[in-house]
Design a protein around this ligand. Structure first.
Ligand SMILES: NC(=O)c1ccc[n+]([C@@H]2O[C@H](COP(=O)([O-])OP(=O)(O)OC[C@H]3O[C@@H](n4cnc5c(N)ncnc54)[C@H](O)[C@@H]3O)[C@@H](O)[C@H]2O)c1
Length: 301
């Protein structure tokens, strides 16, 4: 079994000072990658910050014989997003891999969520990933190679009480990754999403009895998805405690009384069973791929 190597690859990992990001950065470096360790050293809710969190991980990597440089600016602005990629370019000459992983929580029920908490969580997760990805995409396009990974969550994919901001940001990242995958296809750039489940500072109330749920149990899939060998793109995966699976958005064959028709509310009501029937669903390659499906449902194909 050939080993997966990251020799001569340059990786940017955001939020790599703790938890999942640290596990990714450490294992990438152990397998030969030069790593930019970004971490603002923020509190769980995004407040505060300390440069030492990123610096410590970079030092640990170097002490273990690897190559790493720390970047401690908080992700979330265009300048910080460009800055972390430019540090990779200045220090290591290129960027091959981006793992957008930095994250914060500000949980509250919808009725009680201040607009400021909604904005902050979207800024860090969604806008932050966009700014890093946009700058990295330009560099990857030039070299005709790139691997991007975005971090979603079961909360975004399936919903979770008290996480309107976080869930919106996380599902937004699925859309962002899909576009990176589509636009990157002809430039050798792949993009995928991981929805992890691991015991970290964000999930510390997980009972011990559930099992290790260690970040190191997520890293094998995340690293495979950013390896040269992996050509999968435009996909979403989930993992936790030694379990791995693909998650997807599918569209059912649906119902139509005929293309161009104007069915009544009652006709729609009477056909809800057919509209809701998930048998024979498809996973589409892009938004335009829905058109042949509509034609088929309307009997024109
Ligand atoms: N742990 C889980 O079960 C779980 C589940 C779903 C999704 N996630 C996602 O995985 C990612 C990693 O989370 P984790 O569980 O390892 O949490 P963590 O708190 O251990 O690590 C997140 C790191 O991001 C850093 N950070 C926060 N805001 C930042 C910013 N603006 N710029 C740079 N760094 C910043 C923090 O300082 C922290 O070190 C997050 O995106 C999180 O939403 C985690």
């Amino acid at each position: 079994m050939a080993e997966i190597s990251f020799q001569d690859r340059v990786a940017v990992v955001t939020g790599a000072g703790r938890g999942l990001g640290k596990a990714y950065a450490t294992e990438l470096a152990r397998r030969g990658a030069k790593v930019v360790v970004n971490d603002a050293g923020a509190e769980q809710d995004g407040r505060g910050g300390s440069a030492s969190v990123a610096e410590l991980v970079a030092k640990e990597i170097v002490a273990a014989g690897g190559e790493a440089v720390a970047h401690s600016e908080p992700i979330g602005t265009p300048a910080a997003g460009a800055g972390v990629v430019e540090l990779a370019l200045e220090h290591f000459g290129k960027v091959d891999i981006v793992i957008n992983n930095a994250g914060v929580l500000r949980d509250k029920s919808l009725a009680k969520m201040p607009a400021e908490d909604f904005d902050l969580v979207l800024d860090v997760h969604l806008a932050g990933s966009f700014h890093v990805a946009q700058r990295a995409f330009a560099a990857m396009k030039e070299q005709g190679y790139g691997r991007m990974l975005f971090t979603a969550s079961g909360a975004g994919l399936f919903g979770n009480f008290g996480q309107a901001n976080y869930s919106a940001a996380k599902m937004g990242l699925v859309g962002l990754s899909s576009v990176v995958a589509i636009e990157g296809a002809r430039h050798g750039i792949t993009s995928n999403v991981i929805a992890p489940l691991a015991r970290t500072r964000l999930t510390e109330d997980m009972p011990e009895s559930m099992g290790p749920y260690a970040p190191e149990q997520i890293a094998p899939l995340s690293l495979y998805l950013v390896s040269e060998e992996c050509t999968a793109t435009h996909e979403v995966y989930t993992a936790g405690n030694g379990w791995f699976a693909q998650v997807f958005v599918g569209v059912a064959p649906g119902w139509s009384p005929g293309l161009g028709s104007y069915p009544s509310v009652e006709e729609v009501r009477d056909n809800m069973a057919a509209i809701r029937n998930q048998d024979g669903y498809q996973v589409l390659t892009d938004a335009a791929a829905i058109l042949p499906l509509i034609e088929r449902a309307g009997g024109r194909d």
